[in-house]
Design a protein around this ligand. Structure first.
Ligand code: NDP
Length: 330
């Protein structure tokens, strides 16, 4: 493959917390649209277009598919065929924590699960190391010292360059950060959900991450496609909500949500943007947010998402209008 010479002129690269690593302000996640059930050529086209537009960060997890593991296999194929020569230009992440194999070791946060799962992920992707390895979710039973100790061990073994955590609340994040720092492997990054429809990180987590010097990559900034023009005229047959394995269920697309989406859509139009672009700009308005981690089912979608960086600013009036749309009871 021949990559565009201008690919690094499109997206700002932001320092991830107080680390040496910079991430693109828009990153691509492979949770949906890259599984064994999806068309390989489309997945390949989206990933390569993303790379060509300057997206250097690709986010995976052991269980992405379906079937679980197949997104890593798809990405491994794309790496082998097209991106092998560019490995050092890429930041590839994976995670362990959700159910991956039967028995007591196939999920959660034990050292046993994390180390074995990463070995499987590396095989599926044909990699010697990932750039970031995450504890995918907090484990209420395993001592946090063990889970963080496993991340430290993994980094020291050279199978990951940096450690991250996902969906940890502020209290657990603080404790995880302290343990990792004491082990000499500082927490690079936190991956929480965040969108106009899901603002939990504003209640303490973002402030904590800034204080701790931890980067933040927010997942599902488009609320899985709801915060776009996708569902304004019903549920398209090729959309996530129409797919049996899609995580977005049709009953989540309520009249109330659509009413807010229509109002937000009008506001985005007034800014000369698509709603998807305004939704991305909105999560990036926080200094603590390093990157917006989007998904895409087509080349056009990833092109539109990247173009969000052309207009990231908001006036106070626009932010106020968004707050009103989100908070007014309908
Ligand atoms: P988004 O909120 O960005 O939703 C992506 C979907 O939005 C696409 O599949 C597409 O829907 C639609 N879309 C994207 N761009 C456009 C556009 N320009 N116009 C119209 N519709 C658009 O993120 P995801 O929910 O996909 O999550 C992103 C990533 O975050 C995942 O791949 C994964 O890496 C990570 N993640 C992490 C989790 C964790 O626990 N740590 C949990 C969930 C996600 P359609 O397919 O219908 O076309």
């Amino acid at each position: 493959m021949i990559s565009s010479e201008e690919r690094y002129d499109n997206i700002p690269y932001i320092r991830c917390g107080r680390s040496g690593l910079k991430l693109p302000q828009i990153s691509l996640g492979l949770w949906h649209n890259f599984g064994g059930v999806d068309t390989f050529e489309n997945a390949r086209a989206v990933a390569l277009r993303a790379f060509d537009l300057g997206i250097t960060h690709f986010d995976l997890a052991n269980n992405y598919g379906p079937p679980p593991g197949s997104a890593e296999e798809t990405f491994g194929k794309i790496l082998e065929r097209d991106l092998k020569a560019h490995r050092d230009e890429l930041v590839i992440s994976s995670k362990a924590g959700y159910l991956m194999w039967p028995g007591p070791y196939g999920e959660w946060g034990s050292r046993k699960n994390l180390v074995a799962s990463l070995d499987q992920s590396l095989k599926r992707m044909g990699l010697e190391y990932v750039d970031i390895f995450y504890s995918h979710r907090p484990d209420p039973e395993t001592p946090l010292e063990e889970t963080m100790g496993a991340l430290d061990q993994i980094v020291r073994s050279g199978k990951a360059l940096y450690a991250g955590i996902s969906s940890y609340n502020p209290d657990r994040t603080k404790r995880a950060a302290d343990i990792l720092r004491s082990l000499g492997t500082p927490c690079l990054i936190h991956q929480p959900s965040y969108s106009m429809f899901n603002r939990w990180v504003e209640e303490g987590l973002l402030r904590l991450l800034e204080e701790e010097g931890i980067g933040c990559i927010v997942f599902s900034p488009l609320a899985q496609g709801l915060l776009t023009d996708r569902y304004l005229d019903g549920i398209p047959s090729d959309s996530r909500a129409a797919k049996p394995h899609g995580f977005l269920k049709p009953n989540a697309i309520t009249g109330e949500k659509l009413d807010r989406v229509r109002k937000l859509n009008a506001l985005a139009e007034a800014r000369g943007q698509k709603l998807a672009q305004m939704a991305i700009a909105w999560v990036l308005r926080h200094r603590a947010v390093t990157s917006a981690l989007v998904g895409a089912s087509s080349v056009t979608q990833i092109e539109e998402c990247v173009a969000a960086t052309e207009n990231l600013g908001f006036t106070d009036d626009e932010l106020h209008a968004i707050d009103i749309i989100l908070s007014t009871s309908l």
